[in-house]
Design a protein around this ligand. Structure first.
Ligand code: XMP
Ligand code: MG
Length: 180
């Protein structure tokens, strides 16, 4: 049974997107991506830690040749962005001339995405597209172009399915929203 409410520390969260809704939307995203990359090998770049679960589920549904790199950045402290993006772990493969699909858990202010795209452009890829499970348009501060967006959500902190509050909650199969 899906828990309707969870607590992390003193904060209470209520169910927002359950596992079946998430998986159904990922199937649609995979179909869309697959249709558009039939003749090109994809270089997936997944942003750790948040996108690990989404990446694993999306890639299992993608029936096209692709390879996978992880990049690790950090900008959050608690439920607030610090506005500064720190690259903690960089890329492994040479992405020059490759078609990159950047996979994010959530695009909030868009600052992380902007910074990542700048870093990836320096690798001189053939193209870069972005796939994000969640997008919070109310919070965007930087220009944001998400080609494949899972769910457009309001400005409330979410955890679960890879997303965390200070390291907790990533293992939840569902996404929960902070109760105000
Ligand atoms: P920006 O603001 O740069 O942030 O677009 C992107 C990164 O911030 C994290 N983030 C969240 N993490 N619940 C989370 O668990 C949220 O509601 C949330 N909003 C932003 C996330 O790591 C994302 O990659
Ligand atoms: Mg993240």
């Amino acid at each position: 049974m899906t828990k309707q409410e969870i607590s992390i520390g003193e904060r209470v969260f209520r169910i927002y997107l359950d596992e079946s809704q998430i998986q159904a939307r990922i199937r649609e995203l995979a179909a869309e991506i697959q249709e558009q990359y039939t003749h090109t090998e994809l270089a997936i770049v997944s942003v750790l830690n948040g996108a690990f679960m989404f990446t694993a589920d999306l890639l299992r549904k993608l029936d096209i040749p692709c390879n996978l790199n992880f990049i690790r950045v950090s900008s959050y402290s608690g439920t607030e962005t610090t506005g500064k993006v720190k690259t903690v772990m960089g890329l492994g493969d040479n992405l020059s001339g490759k078609h990159i699909l950047l996979i994010e858990d959530i695009v909030d202010t868009g600052i992380t995405l902007q910074e990542l795209i700048q870093q990836l452009q320096a690798e001189q890829p053939a193209s870069i597209r972005v796939c994000a499970l969640l997008v919070k348009p109310e919070k965007h501060q930087a220009p944001v172009n998400v080609h494949y967006a899972g769910f457009v959500i309001p400005d409330a902190f979410v955890v679960g399915y890879g997303l965390d509050l200070d390291g907790q909650g990533r293992n939840l199969p569902h996404i929960y929203q902070l109760k105000s």
